[in-house]
Design a protein around this ligand. Structure first.
Ligand code: PAF
Length: 276
């Protein structure tokens, strides 16, 4: 397994394979790797002859400095994870290389002012900016995103359609722990008690989604959702609502909707979405 730290070396390494017509798969990450990332890797390895994984904690997508500082980092464990998952190359550039002076921030144009964009202003500008850099460097054939960060996935789909039409985006269903919650780097920041509370919360949400007729309108379902979440004592949340899975609008019936939530356990913000 290679660990490449600078852009020119990565380009040189990949060029040799690109010239031979190899298909390159790309898995962008911020490290703190878990089985969710493992699933993306596995699909990429299945679809391509070479797989690149980037590890880069992108400061520009954190709207709060404390959140960036607290983001879990564990290089040794990430390297072991990649080794055991047969990653061909880890690309781990410095911030200086990705963001030389005066690099402009791209403004995200899609799915604005709803869900995470509403509560984390600038977050998707940072995501789009960093992916613009990485996509231009790696020149992959396919890139892999998980459905857990669903709004990110939808935004990146649009961004790729607009700017990187040769790149194919592959969306991978959320990998879940036995207890039902999604694998997430942020779970590492939870105490044992918070983790159990989160598992209990998630399972009660699943029961809630099973408790009513699937033909009702999203608007009606959102009234039920609001009652559900506000009746939970002391559960802080940013949003808890159904939206159409394609348009992310509150329109139509819930047969093609997902339930989206962002809640807090202590300082840790946890997001998920549930397919009905
Ligand atoms: O989903 C993530 O881990 C990040 O938002 C991404 C796509 C690697 C961009 O920094």
């Amino acid at each position: 397994m290679l660990i490449i730290k600078d852009i020119s070396h990565l380009k040189l390494y990949l060029k040799a394979y690109q010239e031979k017509g190899y298909s390159i798969g790309y898995v962008p990450t911020m490290g703190a790797l878990h089985q969710g990332h493992g699933k993306l890797l596995k699909q990429s390895q299945n679809d391509n002859q070479k797989t690149v994984m980037s590890i880069f904690v992108n400061e520009k997508q954190f709207n709060k400095k404390e959140d960036f500082d607290k983001y879990p980092r564990n290089k040794g464990r990430d390297y072991d994870f990649c080794e055991s998952h047969n990653v061909d190359v880890i690309f781990e550039p410095s911030s200086e290389e990705i963001y030389p002076d005066d690099k402009p921030i791209l403004k995200n144009k899609y799915f604005q002012n709803i869900l995470c964009d509403r509560f984390r202003p600038g977050h998707f500008d940072g995501v789009t900016t960093v992916l613009n850099e990485f996509f231009s460097i790696v020149h992959a054939n396919k890139v892999y995103f998980g459905q857990k960060d669903y709004q990110q996935l939808k935004i990146v789909e649009k961004f790729i359609e607009e700017k990187f039409s040769n790149l194919k985006i592959i969306s991978i269903p959320t990998e879940r722990q036995e207890e039902g919650i999604a694998y997430s780097s942020r779970n590492e920041n939870l105490s044992k008690k918070q983790l159990q509370e989160f598992i209990d919360f998630h399972n009660s949400v699943i029961q809630f989604t099973k408790s009513f007729d699937k033909k009702i309108q999203i608007k009606e379902a959102n009234t039920l959702a609001k009652n559900f979440i506000t009746n939970l004592v002391d559960q802080e949340f940013d949003y808890f609502e159904f939206r159409n899975a394609n348009s992310l609008e509150i329109e139509g019936d819930i047969s093609d909707a997902r339930l989206f939530y962002a809640i807090y356990k202590g300082q840790t913000r946890l997001i998920d979405n549930i397919e009905l």
